[in-house]
Design a protein around this ligand. Structure first.
Ligand code: CP3
Length: 354
């Protein structure tokens, strides 16, 4: 079970948890904290569980999903769990031949670059991913008052993996299709938006109490390209999700120039990486939104005094926002010392306790 903490003992319900309150821009008794990639190779208990199990197999086994999702909650006492899965899991579930290669990331057997390829992207049905609902159900039971964040990859980031066939620095094939074949791009993005929505709906309906839409690589685009070629599809997803009352978080890397548009897409919370000071990020995102972020994950390799100093600065800037969820500016790096994350979690709680 999740560790019992002061606010659990006070009998505060899930909906009153600091994480959900901060997402809703309500006053909190401490700034909530969780870490992108908090479950993963930085944890010895994760490496042990995963030792003989390939990533995509682990993502299809409810008991394994539950165990791995719980690991950082138990260890750190973070304010939210993030569902253990991957952005390519729904693509795999509809029959796209892909794998996740250790140290590389998702690799697609036959990259999608024409109309025939796009047609292979069919809608996702709950029956394609029974293990997701089952794991979410187990988790909400175990987590009690700790919120579970569901997630999905956003259409642009998924499109990049599918079109490039794997991780990409320049996204050249993706941009070639986006600029050169706008109608095919539209069809591709519509289909991906529908898959993304289906994956998020499944998690929400099974009990996830917030969702994060990762558009990790969208920072590769100019604001104008984002507005015309990406924004319509992400705003459709967020619009469709408004029927649920779960907070919607949106995040991408290198999105300093896009933060206002990421907010316009309809999220309740916008995550920023470390390149923009958090108060400026909040200003760019605009009113009516909470912010999430934004300690550089590499800072955790510096002496603790540096981590403490930078964290204090982020917390001070976060007070300028209407709501602040503390996080890193991107995922935990695999060689991070878990003790640093433990200390950081405690430090944020202590510094912001009212
Ligand atoms: O703790 C969590 O954050 C929850 C689990 C999670 C994973 N992937 C597990 C994972 C989440 C939220 C993701 C999302 C994801 N996957 C994103 C968006 C977030 C981001 O980092 O920007 C992206 C771009 C991917 C694609 C992907 N999958 C990459 C780039 C990698 C890393 C490759 C590597 O080995 O360095 C993966 C694999 C992956 N996904 C791992 C984990 C724990 C590592 C697998 C392993 O242990 O070998």
């Amino acid at each position: 079970r999740a560790p019992r903490t002061a606010w659990h003992d006070q009998g505060v319900t899930l909906q009153d948890s600091p994480f959900l309150r901060a997402c809703r821009r309500l006053p909190v008794d401490h700034t909530p904290v969780w870490f992108m990639r908090q479950a993963g190779r930085s944890l010895p208990e994760y490496r042990r569980v995963r030792a003989d199990v390939p990533m995509l197999e682990a993502c299809a086994r409810p008991d394994m999903i539950t165990e791995i999702t719980m690991q950082p909650v138990r260890r750190y006492g973070v304010d939210a769990a993030i569902f253990f899965s991957d952005i390519v899991v729904p693509l795999k579930a509809i029959g796209i031949d892909l794998d996740i290669k250790p140290g590389v990331g998702p690799v697609v057997a036959e990259p999608i670059r024409d109309a025939g390829g796009v047609k292979r992207l069919r809608e996702i049905e709950p029956d394609d991913i029974p293990f997701i609902s089952e794991a979410v159900g187990q988790l909400t039971g175990e987590l009690g008052d700790t919120p579970l964040i569901g997630f999905a990859g956003a259409p642009f980031t998924l499109a990049s993996y599918l079109i490039e066939g794997g991780p990409s620095k320049n996204h050249e094939h993706t941009k070639a299709l986006m600029y050169g074949e706008p109608e095919l791009w539209d069809e591709l993005m519509r289909r991906l938006a529908s898959i993304t929505l289906g994956f998020l709906r499944t998690q929400i309906e099974a009990g996830a109490s917030a969702v994060q839409l990762f558009d990790s690589w969208v920072g590769a685009l100019s604001a104008e390209d984002y507005r015309t070629s990406v924004l319509p599809y992400t705003s459709w997803i967020f619009g469709q999700l408004s029927e649920y009352e779960v907070p919607r978080i949106h995040f991408g890397v290198g999105t300093g120039e896009l933060l206002g548009l990421l907010g316009d897409a309809g999220a309740d919370v916008v995550g920023a990486d470390w390149r923009v000071p958090l108060d400026q990020a909040a200003e760019r995102i605009g009113p009516g939104k909470a912010v999430q972020g934004n300690l550089d994950p590499a800072t955790l390799f510096a002496p603790w005094e540096v981590v403490a100093e930078r964290t204090r600065d982020i917390l001070a800037r976060g007070r300028e926002a209407e709501g602040h969820v503390f996080n890193l500016g991107h995922g935990v790096l695999p060689s991070t010392d878990p003790d640093q994350l433990q200390r950081l979690t405690e430090f944020v709680h202590e510094q912001t306790a009212s």
